[in-house]
Design a protein around this ligand. Structure first.
Ligand code: HEC
Length: 152
């Protein structure tokens, strides 16, 4: 009797679809952690509106508790990938818990912010693809850098 092939293109296709469907059931935590408004970066540094807007547009979705989730963040594996960004971004710098950092840690984080802006490492590239408002002009970027510098 002829042996039936299991690994066919068709079966691989079905396998991928089943995997993607099952992946939708992996829970993604989108809850907003409790936030003490008196400890947020904006409350503590009182930036001009333009700076607030730039940080809101380009940084807060990954570095704070103030996250706006576009529709595609409901679809795995994108949802899992983005949740990872937010988890790692917050771990590095969390603008919602700014007041919990020591003042030397705050100064260090501000230095880092200047560095990543100067080197165009942030806002993250993949983020800019989906968020045109996070593509700062050179002049705006310099404005933001100058403002960060004025803090330290
Ligand atoms: C798409 C999510 C995302 C956005 C948007 C984003 N970041 Fe990040 N950021 C991350 C992640 C994830 C890390 C940690 C991993 C890494 O270093 O790449 C990080 C790391 C950092 C670091 C630490 C870098 C280092 O050298 O360790 C700084 C500083 C930073 N981000 C600042 C910013 C600023 C300022 C903005 C806005 C202008 C911004 N980020 C926008 C996700 C993001």
């Amino acid at each position: 009797m002829e042996k039936k092939k299991i690994i066919t293109k068709r079966n691989i296709g079905i396998g991928i679809i089943v995997f993607l469907v099952l992946l939708q059931f992996v829970p993604v935590d989108k809850s907003k952690p409790p936030t003490d408004e008196s400890k947020t970066f904006f409350t503590m540094t009182d930036p001009p509106i333009k700076v607030q807007r730039m940080i809101n547009d380009g940084c807060m979705d990954c570095h704070s508790h103030e996250v706006t989730y576009p529709w595609y963040t409901n679809v795995a594996p994108v949802s899992l990938w983005i949740a990872g960004h937010i988890r790692n971004g917050r771990k590095k710098i969390n603008f919602s818990t700014w007041g919990d950092y020591t003042s030397s840690k705050q100064r260090h984080h501000i230095e880092e912010c200047i560095e990543v802006l100067e080197e165009n490492r942030m806002p993250a590239f993949s983020y800019k693809v989906m968020h045109s408002e996070a593509k700062y002009s050179e002049a705006d970027k310099q404005y933001l850098i100058d403002w960060f510098e004025s803090l330290n």
